[in-house]
Design a protein around this ligand. Structure first.
Ligand code: RP5
Length: 162
């Protein structure tokens, strides 16, 4: 399972602020462990909306297959990305601020019909699970990734924790 990631990124990990990087790097660590190339970028739905639109619109042509978006407070990043791509978008609500993640959870999960964001748990567990879900999506068309996800299930059954 400890394969080195190489090649063009297949997963984009985005987050609304540099202050989110530490939590969202949990997703990157999982992808690294499974040998899936990814890229990480701070980009804000509120501060840099044009950059978010451009990134989302160009991602598929650049070879990205899944997008993971983490943000806190009024967390619109995942929804704004989903509005501009047909790639699967996985949202990770992040804790912090007065409401400590409940605000981000509701902002991320409550998308109107037609613009889905698959929303994970708040915080580090959500970041890790977003990476696993991204692997499971990639595994639909990649037997090597599918085998590694099977190995993860077996390892967890033996008591290993992700
Ligand atoms: C959100 O506001 C970010 O995703 C971050 O979680 C939160 C605080 O951002 P900073 O003030 O640390 O840049 O937009």
């Amino acid at each position: 399972m400890n394969e080195r990631a190489s090649g063009d990124p297949r997963v984009g990990i985005l987050f609304g602020s540099e202050s989110d990087r530490e939590v969202m790097s949990e997703a990157g660590k999982v992808l690294e462990r499974f040998g899936v190339a990814h890229e990480m970028q701070a980009i804000s739905a509120h501060r840099t909306p044009d950059a978010v639109r451009d990134y989302a619109r160009q991602a598929r042509d650049r070879g990205i297959r899944v997008l993971i978006c983490g943000a806190g407070m009024a967390a619109h990043l995942a929804g704004a990305v989903a509005a501009n791509t047909t790639l699967p978008v996985l949202g990770v609500p992040l804790p912090g601020g007065t409401l400590d993640g409940l605000d981000a959870l509701l902002s991320t999960v409550q998308m109107p019909a037609g613009v889905p964001v698959a929303t994970l748990a708040v915080g580090k567990a959500g970041a890790r699970n977003a990476a696993v879900l991204a692997l499971q999506i990639l595994a639909l068309g990649d037997e090597a990734v599918a085998r590694r996800v099977d190995e993860l299930k077996e390892a967890m059954a033996r008591g290993e924790r992700l």
